[in-house]
Design a protein. Structure first.
Length: 398
């Protein structure tokens, strides 16, 4: 069944959603699935912008052939070579033997690595600012290296003022009922997945994202068509503003994240005491996570959302509790920064976890630690430790 949709005039959505996939990139949980977006422009010359993952190939081809109505594809513009968008390129080259593959030099090189020398024979190499005219439409190209692969570019339709934004402005989640963001309650249904997608997939490259956003600020935009998630045709400034905040590591919302590891419950009790102490001091957004139960991608997302974080961990085999170490190394890998942090360590003998947590986080820019050293819990926190914990709460609230 043809499930293609008209985006505007002669631009069609021919992508598809996968609700069966459990892990995006085989690492990030996606309970709501994911969409793989592809677009077909039915101009004098027909243009396909990106393909899809193997998992939705059948639906993709039904959409494409129904939209083509017997016509052929003249150009395939490749904005990003990652296989969830480029998997079908080798196959589609055979189905449309006259089709040219449009991309920058690095895109063509990467495609050759995936699909062999036949790519070079069909290549149409473009660079920043080049224009491809297909009749009514004029496409120009915006290079976006490291958002989030080095070859990435975006394609701007000068005619309809539409930006095909590659992985930028994407989000986890399958499309249901509409391809447009304004048909959903985005804040309620999509924003958390959008933030988690950005922080985990692109978050490390905030400076590169800022550079691309500056370029985008110089062009007139009526629509943003990403490779994952819904299309933006209204309130573009709202979502661009979110990206500006995330890319600059700004605080999106006032609140405090508490992430703890606990083997037998003692460290969890300390985390609970601190949460109550913060609540008594008027803090409204307090989000607690047990790092042994919650995938780090969710915690990392909230670390980007809020301006303050509290990490509590026992010492484990003379080292850091493995699940906490995983989380902190994820924060390091994604260049988390500009935050206020408190640390609590616990253990019975040779307590090392506080020092190890601080060593990891000290390598990140503009991390402000509360206290000269982590607060230490020896075996069990009694009432005699409340004053020290209250002081941590006081400092976090300041």
């Amino acid at each position: 069944m043809n499930l293609s949709k008209v985006v505007v005039d002669d631009i069609h959505y021919v992508g598809a959603s996968d609700r069966r996939l459990a892990l995006f990139e085989n690492i990030y949980p996606i309970d709501r699935g994911v969409s793989y977006n592809s677009y077909l422009v039915m101009d004098e010359k027909v243009v396909l912008l990106d393909t899809v993952d193997h998992s939705v190939a059948s639906q993709f081809y039904e959409n494409v052939y129904a939209t083509l109505s017997g016509r052929t594809i003249d150009y395939l513009i490749v904005n990003h070579v990652e296989p969830d968008h480029a998997a079908m390129i080798g196959d589609i080259l055979e189905k449309f033997p006259a089709m040219k593959v449009v991309g920058n030099q690095l895109i063509i090189r990467f495609l050759t690595q995936f699909f062999g020398s036949k790519i070079e024979e069909r290549a149409y190499v473009v660079k920043e600012g080049d224009v491809l005219e297909t009749g009514k439409h004029k496409f120009t190209f915006v290079m976006a290296p490291m958002v989030h692969w080095p070859e990435v570019m975006m394609t701007y339709d000068m005619t309809d003022k539409v930006l095909f934004s590659a992985d930028a402005f994407g989000t986890f989640g399958a499309l249901s009922g509409s391809i447009f963001a304004d048909d959903y309650e985005f804040d309620k249904e999509w924003l958390d997945d959008a933030r988690r997608y950005y922080t985990n997939i692109v978050g490390k490259y905030g400076l590169k994202v800022q550079e691309v956003l500056k370029k985008a600020g110089g062009i007139e935009l009526k629509m943003i068509l990403p490779l994952h998630g819904p299309i933006w045709r209204k309130d573009l400034g709202y979502f661009i503003g979110k990206y500006l905040t995330w890319a600059s590591y700004g605080v999106e919302e006032e609140g405090i994240l508490i992430a703890y590891a606990s083997i037998y419950g003692n460290t969890e009790n300390v985390a609970s005491y601190l949460a109550l102490a913060l609540g008594e001091r008027g803090v409204k957004n307090i989000h607690m996570y047990d790092v042994s139960k919650t995938d780090p991608s969710y915690i990392l997302s909230d670390c980007f959302k809020y301006g303050k974080a509290l990490f509590l961990s026992p010492t484990y085999n003379l080292g850091l509790f493995p699940k906490m170490e995983t989380l902190l190394l994820e924060l390091k890998a994604h260049l988390w920064q500009k935050r206020k942090v408190a640390l609590v360590e616990s253990g019975t003998w040779s307590i090392q976890s506080g020092k190890l947590m601080k060593e990891i986080l000290s390598s990140l820019p503009e991390i402000e630690f509360i206290g000269e050293k982590p607060f230490t819990i020896k075996s069990h926190a009694g009432d005699d430790m409340k004053s020290g914990l209250d002081q941590i709460a006081d400092e976090l609230v300041k």
